[in-house]
Design a protein around this ligand. Structure first.
Ligand SMILES: NC(=O)c1ccc[n+]([C@@H]2O[C@H](COP(=O)([O-])OP(=O)(O)OC[C@H]3O[C@@H](n4cnc5c(N)ncnc54)[C@H](OP(=O)(O)O)[C@@H]3O)[C@@H](O)[C@H]2O)c1
Length: 230
């Protein structure tokens, strides 16, 4: 059987890094795009430097990825993203814009560059990491929630747009995950009540292996008990 390929954005840590490890362990070829190389020394892992928020960087990186994979991309995982929080009057404008630049525009840049190869193959699966902040509002999180609602809107539009080309699009909405994401979030520390990034990697593995005519549109995952146990 031909080796399958996944492109993952944001692979230096957290959900992206765990997903790299999961897919390598299942003998997939994994291409990681991001600013920092996780230094995984494995024949199935290829790192390509990429600043997701810059279209020229994405164009160059995806071209290299497609050359490396000979145009085959079974799954694109749009994972790179971050959140900065603050009230509507306090959050600096450049923080708001920075989140949109990575979480929304960057996701669109990568998708736009990968879709032609998937269309050519008439197959593929785009998995976009949104958040429960893509389903609900968050106090002091209007900017982050806006970006993650945008991911939902992009995903819902694209699943309808691309299904006739044999391409699946899924949005994943994780609750809190124990990663470095919270390093930048005042008042919340990553803790053991959160989902483990490995759990999210398992969910992505499940999605990537659904049968051909099965299209999961929305996939919401939460910790069973988000609060400290009694
Ligand atoms: N943790 C949670 O509770 C949670 C919940 C729901 C959704 N999410 C979403 O899950 C995704 C992954 O987050 P995480 O929790 O794994 O956080 P993380 O540990 O902070 O990892 C974020 C990843 O995104 C990459 N990234 C950020 N900005 C980038 C840029 N401009 N160009 C390229 N790569 C960039 C980072 O790489 P470098 O900084 O090394 O470049 C890093 O690998 C994000 O989209 C986040 O919004 C997280």
């Amino acid at each position: 059987m031909e080796q399958k390929t996944i492109i993952i954005t944001g692979v230096s840590k957290g959900i992206g890094l765990e997903t790299v490890k999961k897919f390598i362990s299942k003998d997939w070829s994994v291409i990681g795009l991001g600013r920092n190389n996780p230094e995984i020394n494995h024949p199935y892992f290829k790192f390509i430097p990429c600043e997701i928020s810059k279209y020229a960087s994405v164009q160059q990186a995806v071209a290299s990825a497609l050359e490396y994979s000979k145009g085959n991309v079974d799954v694109l995982l749009n994972n790179a993203g971050f959140g900065t929080f603050g009230s509507i009057t306090d959050l600096p404008i450049e923080k708001w814009e920075g989140m949109f630049q990575v979480n929304v525009h960057g996701l669109m840049y990568v998708t736009r560059e990968v879709v032609p190869a998937m269309k050519k193959n008439q197959s593929g699966h785009i998995i976009n990491i949104s958040s429960i902040a893509g389903l609900n509002g968050i106090v002091n999180g209007s900017g982050y929630a806006a970006t993650k609602h945008a991911v939902k809107g992009i995903s819902h539009s694209l699943y309808a747009e691309l299904r006739t080309d044999g391409i699946k699009v899924t949005a994943v909405y994780p609750g809190s995950v124990k990663t470095n994401f919270f390093d930048e979030v005042e008042g919340i520390t990553a803790n053991d009540n959160m989902l483990e990034p490995k759990d999210v990697a398992e969910a992505i593995w499940y999605l990537a292996n659904t049968s051909p005519n099965f299209l999961p549109v929305d996939f919401e995952i939460r910790p069973l008990n988000p609060n400290t146990k009694k």
